[in-house]
Design a protein around this ligand. Structure first.
Ligand code: NAI
Length: 462
């Protein structure tokens, strides 16, 4: 077996791993990155964030042409779906982006190994696969991400009963898609197939959708999704899902089973640590299967670090990226930091849902005194002009200091609008700071300014 040596070895080429590898190379380290997939980019680029956004865009256009253009005075006819072409466009986007990472690796002189990496004692990793090699490295960074969760009773055949990867490539529009779980994945992919014509039923264990999201925003989201024709069956624990002769059946505790022709299991993701050889360096997982790390992403094994979905915190690509950069910067320079209090979350449904900081429920539970400003998109002139009037922006600020503690929104382009709130919070801004900043007119961003004015009871257009 070949023997190689590098300064830093990154296991996993998802957004956390590949970004960390590039940053470390910029800082002068000799870096290598291992991934078992031929295409770099991890779940996010290959079968997650990017292909789902490609399909969300295509399905939104299709739906708009069918149902959203008449009010603009545009008549259409003979519109037809070419699902094959839609899926091919998605695949091309994925290929272009994953090729782009391979190019960035070359440019930054990051060595790439294709195979499964396994720790084999301190500072040693064995790669098995297309490349078979033993690598020694002073630093090893684990960025192996997560895998779809399931539970006993879910008979996943990867086709009729499958996870998000399957749902990105159904060869035909399902007649009735049953989605288990009303989290980000269930709602984004449920929306795609609903817009393309499927009947969609979302079964959720809790009494609400989008757990962890500000409840006021989640309630509005549910109302809007219902209007789009998505059916919700809440307070319902799915006990089994399986393929039948003609389709699939989902069984629910204490309720009638639901029949459909496809099932998307979207009940969360679990850290991916299978076969990593953590025992060979004395690292034990916590009670939720995550790798415990300190503030600088070091595990208790010297020279072994971990970031992203395999450690605690939200399973989000941008969180992993920040951690990857901070981890390698700390290794090289002694400095490196992530502000975990200002990591935004975005659900790319229509309308989009975005939030940063604490929710109203969290503030109430913690007994933090706050003031709240809400502004509705229907009172924003640009939202009217583009006919996208559903939704609201909500700013929560400390009652005494006015420091912004959380911003939550649902509405057109919320995923972009949240960036202002993130930057403001990162700089420790007050709601008055945002209220005094000039926002271009007519733009959707004025809703954020108006919500900030509303914290002080002085919005102009409400
Ligand atoms: P999730 O944890 O967000 O939601 C899973 C839902 O399934 C929960 O509401 C839970 O109550 C429900 N559930 C669990 N067991 C159930 C049962 N037996 N019966 C009925 N309901 C049940 O997980 P999801 O949507 O699978 O997403 C996984 C991860 O991927 C999340 O961490 C999410 O943040 C991330 N993600 C982020 C995206 C984004 O940033 N736009 C997009 C997609 C995923």
């Amino acid at each position: 077996m070949d023997q190689k040596q590098h300064d830093l070895l990154v296991i996993g080429a998802g957004p956390g791993g590949y970004v960390a590898a590039i940053r470390a190379a910029q800082l002068g380290l000799d870096v290598a990155c291992i991934d078992k997939e031929p295409r770099l980019g991890g779940t996010c680029l290959r079968v997650g964030c990017i292909p789902s956004k490609a399909l969300l865009e295509s399905s939104e256009k299709y739906h708009e042409v069918h149902a959203g253009l008449e009010s603009h005075g545009i008549k259409t006819g003979g519109v037809a779906l070419d699902l094959e072409a839609m899926l091919a466009r998605k695949t091309k986007i994925v290929h272009d982006l994953t090729d782009g990472i391979a190019g960035l690796f070359k440019k930054n002189k990051v060595t790439r190994y294709e195979g499964t990496g396994r720790l084999d004692g301190p500072g040693k990793v064995v790669v098995e696969g297309t490349d078979t090699v033993t690598i020694t490295a002073k630093h090893v960074l684990i960025a192996t991400g997560s895998a779809s969760a399931s539970f006993p009773g879910m008979e996943m055949d990867g086709d009729v009963v499958g996870d998000s990867t399957t749902a990105l490539s159904y060869p035909e529009v399902p007649k009735h898609l049953i989605v288990i779980g009303a989290g980000y994945i269930g709602l984004e992919l449920g929306s795609v197939w609903r817009r393309l014509g499927a009947e969609v039923t979302v079964v959720e264990y809790l009494d609400r959708i989008l757990p962890g999201t500000d409840a006021e925003i989640a309630r509005e989201a549910q109302k809007l999704f219902k209007r789009q024709g998505i059916k919700f069956v809440l307070k319902s624990k799915v006990t089994s899902a399986r393929k039948t002769k003609g389709g699939a059946v989902v069984e629910i505790e204490g309720k009638d089973p639901i029949e459909g022709d496809r099932v998307l299991v979207a009940v969360g993701r679990k850290p991916y640590t299978d076969g990593l050889g953590l025992d060979t360096v004395g690292v034990e997982l916590d009670e939720r299967g995550r790798i415990p790390v300190d503030a600088h992403f070091a595990t208790k094994a010297g020279g072994v670090f971990a970031i992203g979905d395999v450690i605690a915190g939200p399973m989000l690509a941008h969180k992993a990226e920040e951690e990857g950069v901070a981890c390698v910067e700390h290794i090289v320079t002694g400095w490196g930091h992530v502000d975990h209090g200002t990591i935004p979350g975005v659900c790319y449904t229509d309308p989009e849902i975005a939030g940063v900081g604490q929710t109203e429920e969290q503030l109430k539970e913690a007994g933090v005194p706050f003031r709240k400003g809400v502004f509705f998109f229907r009172a924003n002139s640009r939202a009217r002009a583009i006919d996208r009037i559903d939704g609201r922006v909500k700013i929560l600020a400390h009652e005494e200091t006015d420091r912004i503690l959380g911003v939550h929104m649902i509405g057109p382009d919320a995923g972009h609008l949240i960036a202002e709130a993130v930057a403001a919070m990162a700089f420790g801004a007050s709601s008055e700071d945002i209220a005094r900043v000039c926002h271009a007119h007519p733009t959707l961003s004025e809703t954020v300014k108006e919500a900030a004015l509303a914290v002080d009871g002085r919005p102009i257009h409400a």
